[in-house]
Write a protein that binds this ligand. Structure first.
Ligand code: NDP
Length: 270
């Protein structure tokens, strides 16, 4: 019988994960089935218990359960602990192991797909929510010259910067305190979801800046359009989505699928 996996969310009908993992399974010859699982808003842990009892090998976790998944896991990877959120669960010998592959997906898309080296660069992260938190450890692992976290609520950004204080220069500010230019600007605010953008100044971009919006769609977001107008190269979050899935697949199956052709197919279907 095929090994079974799923994505748990609420809502979950929109999720592209089943199509992505089906493609990975075909391409790597892995015998897996990957489904959608709609969990009741107050029933995440019961849903996971049901999957474990039914013999599932693992699950991805999406909105709004990533924080609950972190609480539920018996073991956490360093990336999941740093993120305070889990998007990948493995069910191993009766234990629930939690991982976070979102940040690795972001960095993989920037470094491998966009061919942009983060080492030695000035990096700006906009937002301090779950997606931003997950991105920090993988970004710092690339050894940027500095990492600035800018957020609407300054205290949240400051708390985050304090958690990651270490060899790299990590600082926090409000959008109106942003100073100087950045080589890489990642929009991890949820403003794009409402066709809005954070109030950032034009001077943070220069020719050669890469501006990435974690959200994806058929049209550039207001953030991407603004950055482009300021001379930046832009990218949306579709590559991040595919790369975080590839990372989860590699954790579960021990084989890393190729992503280039799939990313192109998904892009043309948006
Ligand atoms: P959260 O709700 O955890 O965090 C939202 C963040 O956005 C907070 O920092 C909040 O600031 C800020 N924010 C919200 N509205 C505005 C606004 N109008 N102007 C400025 N700042 C704003 O969301 P997530 O971190 O889970 O998600 C963030 C984005 O990342 C979403 O667009 C999501 O779709 C995307 N994402 C993409 C993934 C992918 O694979 N491509 C994976 C995961 C997320 P404050 O603290 O002041 O409230």
């Amino acid at each position: 019988m095929s090994d079974r996996y799923c994505v748990i969310g609420h809502p979950v009908a929109h999720s592209k994960s089943p199509a992505i993992h089906a493609d990975f399974a075909r391409a790597t010859g892995q015998d897996v089935v990957y489904e959608r699982c709609l969990a009741p808003l107050d029933g995440f842990s019961d849903t996971v218990a049901g999957l474990v009892a039914a013999g599932y090998k693992g699950a991805n976790v999406t909105v709004p359960f990533k924080l609950e998944a972190e609480q539920l896991a018996d073991e956490l990877s360093p990336r999941a602990r740093a993120a305070g959120a889990v998007n990948t669960l493995s069910f191993v010998n009766g234990r629930i192991v939690g991982e976070n592959t979102d940040g690795a997906g972001l960095v993989g898309d920037i470094v491998r797909n966009a061919g942009f080296a983060i080492a030695g660069k000035r990096v700006l992260l906009l937002g301090a929510g779950g997606a931003a938190r997950g991105a920090i450890l993988p970004l710092l692992a690339e050894q940027p010259a500095s990492l600035t976290i800018a957020n609407r609520t300054l205290a949240t950004a400051e708390a985050l910067a304090a958690r990651f204080a270490g060899p790299a220069a990590v600082s926090a500010c409000r959008f109106d305190q942003l100073d100087g230019r950045f080589d890489l600007v990642v929009n991890a605010t949820s403003a794009s979801l409402s066709a809005d953008m954070p109030p950032i100044p034009a001077h943070i971009f220069a020719d050669g800046t890469l501006a990435l919006d974690m959200m994806y769609g058929s049209q550039p977001s207001p953030f991407m359009a603004f950055a482009q107008g300021c001379g930046a190269a832009t990218r949306d979050g579709l590559g991040m989505l595919v790369e975080q899935a590839a990372e989860a697949f590699a954790i579960w199956r021990g084989v890393r699928p190729a992503t280039t052709a799939l990313l192109a197919r998904l892009r043309s279907s948006l």
